[in-house]
Design a binder for this molecule. Structure first.
Ligand SMILES: NC(=O)c1ccc[n+]([C@@H]2O[C@H](COP(=O)([O-])OP(=O)(O)OC[C@H]3O[C@@H](n4cnc5c(N)ncnc54)[C@H](O)[C@@H]3O)[C@@H](O)[C@H]2O)c1
Length: 346
């Protein structure tokens, strides 16, 4: 039986404030309406056009100063859907204002920034939940279950390839500047490291990588190739490009293709929404689809955060995991700069 205090918490409706009304903000607004025990209260956006569009679509006030969101007593949780370089300063301000934080991935641009955010969250008794979507996608969840249960044997190695057009003209200026957290590596490398560590069920201990700018005249990367070594001695590779947009430069893959080779079968995840496993066939095997339901990942993530708050339990995406992904991302950049393998000591 829940105690009275607990019951009140469990029945509470949590107010959501969104800071940054850009590309991904709609997913957070929708989740606030669908998670069940949450409601969207307000948002903040510095760009007037985006502010008006958000206000018209979601029917909540949109202010230019995010401190108004942090000072609103009706806001319990803030979604930080911001350029990467603003995750840390606004995340710390949110923690100091006593708001639980749902920050989009990656947690921040460096482990030093992560450490300051984690310290602020812990000092102020608020949750710090990083939106590592890949851990909530149905094909990934099912594949992880199949690996953890042993039904496909032990994982041996994985490959993760994702090729897409960079779309320079449509990108905001911060995305073309690494000093502001821009580039494909922080945007999509974060997803690829997240899903590989999740699927393989292990931590990375060493990396060798190249993170380069090959297609565009920008101050941020558009190409990455990485080898990750896991603690148990298995490994994975990542290949990612944000190639030129003109026709014929490449073929867009919405979410890439991951193949996990295990001792008893292979698993393949395509475009983030289809899962296949290898079965015996005439010519050394064939792919058979494992049908999974589609889920709205942001809604599932928000429900998990609310459950973490209500039950006063650690974040479902632990701060250590989110920090580890940033550690691996930045170690890959360092490996690329030095030409050497970089050990991960977190
Ligand atoms: N989970 C996913 O699949 C997924 C997909 C896309 C983006 N993301 C993540 O979402 C985050 C945002 O990415 P995006 O593509 O939506 O970026 P974006 O540039 O489209 O949106 C960011 C918005 O923040 C606003 N902003 C900047 N400074 C502000 C301030 N001080 N106060 C209020 N608003 C401010 C900008 O004007 C912009 O509208 C990033 O962390 C990114 O990695 C996640």
């Amino acid at each position: 039986m829940l105690g009275e205090e607990h019951r009140t918490m469990a029945e509470r409706v949590f107010g959501i404030g969104i800071i940054g009304a850009g590309r991904i903000s709609g997913a957070h607004a929708r989740a606030a309406g669908e998670a069940g025990s949450t409601r969207l209260v307000m948002a903040s956006e510095v760009d007037d056009k985006r502010a008006h569009e958000f206000e018209a679509k979601w029917h909540v006030p949109v202010v230019s100063d995010y401190m108004e969101v942090l000072n609103n007593p009706e806001v319990d949780i803030v979604s930080l859907t911001l350029p990467h370089w603003l995750h840390e300063p606004i995340g710390i301000a949110a923690a100091q204002a006593g708001k639980h934080i749902f920050v989009e991935k990656p947690m921040a641009d460096s482990i030093e920034e992560c450490d300051r955010m984690i310290a602020a969250a812990r000092a102020n008794g608020v949750k710090l939940f990083t939106g590592h979507t890949e851990q909530f996608l149905a094909p990934n969840v099912k594949a992880r279950q199949m690996i953890a249960s042993g039904e496909v044997g032990l994982p041996v190695l994985a490959t993760d390839c994702w090729y897409k057009a960079f779309g320079v003209a449509a990108r905001p200026p911060w995305f073309l500047d690494r000093s502001k957290g821009g580039g494909m590596w922080l945007m999509n490398g974060a997803h690829m490291i997240d899903r590989l560590t999740y699927l393989m069920g292990d931590r990375v201990v060493s990396v060798k990588a190249m993170v380069q700018t090959r297609f565009h005249a920008i101050q941020a990367d558009d190409t990455a190739l990485a080898y990750l070594e896991f603690a148990n001695g298995t490994g994975a590779t990542i290949a990612h490009t944000g190639y030129k947009d003109h026709a014929g430069a490449g073929v867009d893959q919405p979410g890439g293709e991951i193949v996990i080779t295990c001792t008893e079968a292979q698993l393949k995840i395509v475009d983030r929404n289809r899962l296949f496993r290898s079965v015996p066939g005439d010519r050394g095997g064939a792919w058979e689809e494992v049908v999974v339901d589609r889920v709205d990942t942001t809604t599932v993530e928000l429900r998990a955060l609310v459950s973490n708050i209500v039950n006063n339990e650690p974040e479902t995406v632990s701060v250590e995991q989110a920090r580890h992904i940033v550690d691996v991302m930045t170690a890959c950049e360092m490996s690329s700069q030095t030409g050497r393998e970089v050990r991960i000591n977190d």
